[in-house]
Design a protein around this ligand. Structure first.
Ligand SMILES: [Zn+2]
Length: 320
């Protein structure tokens, strides 16, 4: 598979497919539906239907991950940019997250969508990526992915690995890829080269302690890149070409619509499994993209036939 490198080692666009990344689709209310929730513990909701978004932040100080926090931030494009700045905002930072705790229903088995003998030179491969975990819904997401036989890539924060190393090990054991999303979501462009190296190395170690191997790729927080980051990061950097804006909409239907409408072969989709609405969207994302013939693989597998260079940034594995 030929790979389009959107961002070169020095940050210059090398492909006309940049236009793809610029397309921010603000999907309207769609036909996609998430499974209704079972608010059984009643800690946040006694409704048996989907819990409304936007009423879930009960942190005292809104973190950058909250809608409140992002409103104060400088406006940034949400898709990978051709230049190093301004950076795409993959998410807001971790931490300020608190969503309802009622259990999600067990995923329905999805016979017929289990992948076997994937070959991305033949199959229509795409990579689902989930940032900022571990989160409260990560294990449920793993159950869903397992039910569909889908693989994904998790860009974890090193600081969260110790929250539940068993879940991190489970990711690796079940064929998912675990990547490095920094220790605590600092903008790497704000750090010295030494600090970048130390931050990512600390995260690599934490992940390796859980999975047995260090991450192959890094996703820089916010997708923020500059020359120093390119020169200091020793792994390839994986951005994305489909930004579901899940952290912003907190709407499963919209997340599904963006994912389904913007994806093409070789796409790398950005989600955040710290949001309940995102995890609720995934069955529909898998259903609808499966119907379009897509196969869900890890980033490593998506780029299997391409050499990813240390310090270089990629956003998709588009066939030319
Ligand atoms: Zn992030």
């Amino acid at each position: 598979m030929n790979v389009t490198r959107l961002i070169s080692k020095f940050g210059f666009a090398t492909s006309s497919s940049l236009t793809i990344a610029a397309a921010l689709l603000l999907a309207g209310p769609g036909a996609a539906t998430a499974e209704p929730l079972q608010g059984t513990d009643g800690t946040q909701s006694t409704e048996s239907t989907q819990i409304p978004e936007g009423t879930q932040n009960n942190e005292g100080a809104p973190g950058p991950d909250s809608p409140q926090g992002t409103q104060d931030a400088p406006s940034q494009p949400d898709a990978p940019a051709p230049q190093d700045t301004p950076a795409p905002q993959d998410t807001p930072a971790p931490g300020g997250e608190s969503e309802p705790q009622s259990p999600l229903p067990a995923p329905d088995p999805a016979p017929g969508t289990v992948q076997q003998d994937t070959d991305c030179t033949v199959d229509k491969c795409i990579a689902l990526t989930f940032d900022d975990g571990l989160g409260d819904y990560t294990d449920h997401l793993l159950d869903t992915l397992d039910a569909y036989g889908a693989e994904a890539t998790f860009y974890l924060l090193g600081s969260k690995v110790a929250d539940n190393p068993e879940t991190v090990k489970r990711m690796a054991d079940e064929g998912h890829e675990v990547g490095n999303h920094s220790w605590d979501h600092e903008d790497l462009t704000e750090l010295s080269p030494e600090e970048i190296g130390a931050d990512l190395a600390r995260t690599d170690k934490a992940i390796a302690a859980a999975t047995g191997s260090e991450p192959e790729t890094v996703r820089p927080p916010y997708g923020a890149l500059n020359e120093s980051v390119h020169e200091s990061v020793t792994q390839p950097m994986m951005l994305w070409d489909v930004d579901t804006l899940d952290w912003k909409s907190r709407d499963s239907g919209k997340v599904t619509d963006v994912a389904v409408e913007e994806t093409s072969e070789g796409s790398v989709l950005l989600f955040h499994d710290i949001h309940r609405s995102t995890v609720e969207a995934i069955p529909q994302v898998l259903e609808q993209l499966s119907q379009q013939g897509y196969t869900f693989v890890t980033v490593d597998e998506l780029f299997d036939t391409q050499t990813m260079e240390p310090g270089a940034a990629y956003s998709d594995a588009r066939l030319q």
